[in-house]
Design a binder for this molecule. Sequence first.
Ligand code: MSP
Length: 530
Amino acid sequence: MKKRFYITTPIYYPSAKLHIGHAYCTTLTDVFARYKRLRGFECYFLTGADEHGMKIEKNAAAAGKTPQEFVDGIVEGFYKLWDLLKISNDDFIRTTQERHTKVVQDIFSKMLANDDIYLGKYKGWYCKECEAFWTDTQAGPDHLCPDCGRPVQMAEEEAYFFKTSKYVDSLMKFFDENPKFLVPESRKNEMINTFIKPGLDDLCVSRTSFSWGIPIRENPKHVIYVWLDALTNYITALGYDSDHPELFNKFWQDPECETIHILGADITRFHAIYWPMFLESLGLRKPDREFVHGLLMMKDSKMSKSKGNVVDPYPLVERYGVDAVRYYLTREINFGSDGSFAPELFVERINQDLANALGNLLNRTVSMINKYFDGVVPGYKGRINEVDGNLEDLTKLTIESYERLMDDLKITDAIAQVNELVNRANKYIDETEPWALAKDPEKKANLESVMTHLANSLYVAGMLMKPVLVTASDKLFDQLGVTGDLLNYDKIKQYGIVSGLKVEKKDQLFPRLDAAVEVEYIQSLMANNK
Ligand code: MSP
């Protein structure tokens, strides 16, 4: 196990406000970063904004602003959203910052100097929307962009090219030697079959058709291709090639640090093929893992600003709270597969998992400990009977499987395990019938045992949910009396440690929602976004 983690989200285009699809990617990355920190790892988490390119230049002009003014306004919204969603990033890089632009120019110069970049002529099918050139095969007989499906145009220009041919063999070798580099596995096959096997053209890495980009120092009428500019954010933010390379040495070059990029399926090609090649050209380490998540769809098509079918995360967080939104994104949409945002499922998840299961378990447990034991969790007496033993075993097993799944970035499955534990604990109350045990003085030991096991499973569930339920887990601990040393993750492995805690009943963690009212409300939000 490596000592440190560097984890990144893609940097988002500030061409319009972010929607729930972007929030999904950043939230899941945040859950992973928080999980690693909780386990005691040093973790550096980066996100940011990808501010150059033709689309931004056009959108700014349409808004009557300079590109910089335009992106400044939108990036303010990014900060606000990440704040609202309690994203724990350590840094936020903007590709218009000097710490980035200067280094990107240096990188380009290095590649030019070592002959990895050359000046040539480009002719190909260009997608304005994706700012990508495509080959005949890729554009197909209908001349459509393979990424976004829009029509592409034949375009020709003098341009600089990156010699991908020089690095293809080594990339294939890298894939072979590092089977865990690109996950899910199907993504790697897709890359090989769609892009590498048909023959990879050299990559055009400059543009002259617009000026909102980083100029090439040696030939300033060209700006650097937005993807070469953007991908390097992962190292410029750490101070690569600067007077302060400490973070870069610690979180990128050091093999003791695991570097993980989280990204959406639509940008796999850039991260899995070109990024390792750029790094090799610069003589740098490649990332350890790239995890490709699926896309959130709306009515069977990708949710996107340009299609106008977006769900705005702001009002959702404002009305339902940060935990509900984070929970839904983590639990409902299997991390790695495509999913969809559905108002009915959103409300159902909150009601079932958070209000009925977790909230109710806390409510019942704290009330009973108050009623039967003056608010103090009784001493742990081991396994008084089989049903206690079952809950204890499940609690311990849940910790193990949660860690295994989380480490493997199977975040949805990990949280589902915690959910099962909570459901089991609720069922345990029904099975043990503490209200009946309380009537029989001879059953006092049994009643004590039930309370201790319940408090213990809640303690464990609260800790395992901490990376997702960033405010509710603290509230849960507050009611359960968990403080000080017990806030350390590893303490959950000492079964029975909750004995002696002083519980206190407070507000419900998650009030139950009126499904019909809330579904209608969310639908009206979505309709307003069209
Ligand atoms: N700027 C580039 C990324 C450069 S990274 C060096 C970009 N920006 S983006 O704003 O269009 O998208 C950023 C991320 O958001 C991508 O990972 C993309 O997959 C993700 N999502 C955008 N729409 C999404 C959904 N509807 N669902 C899930 N993720 C989505 O691409």
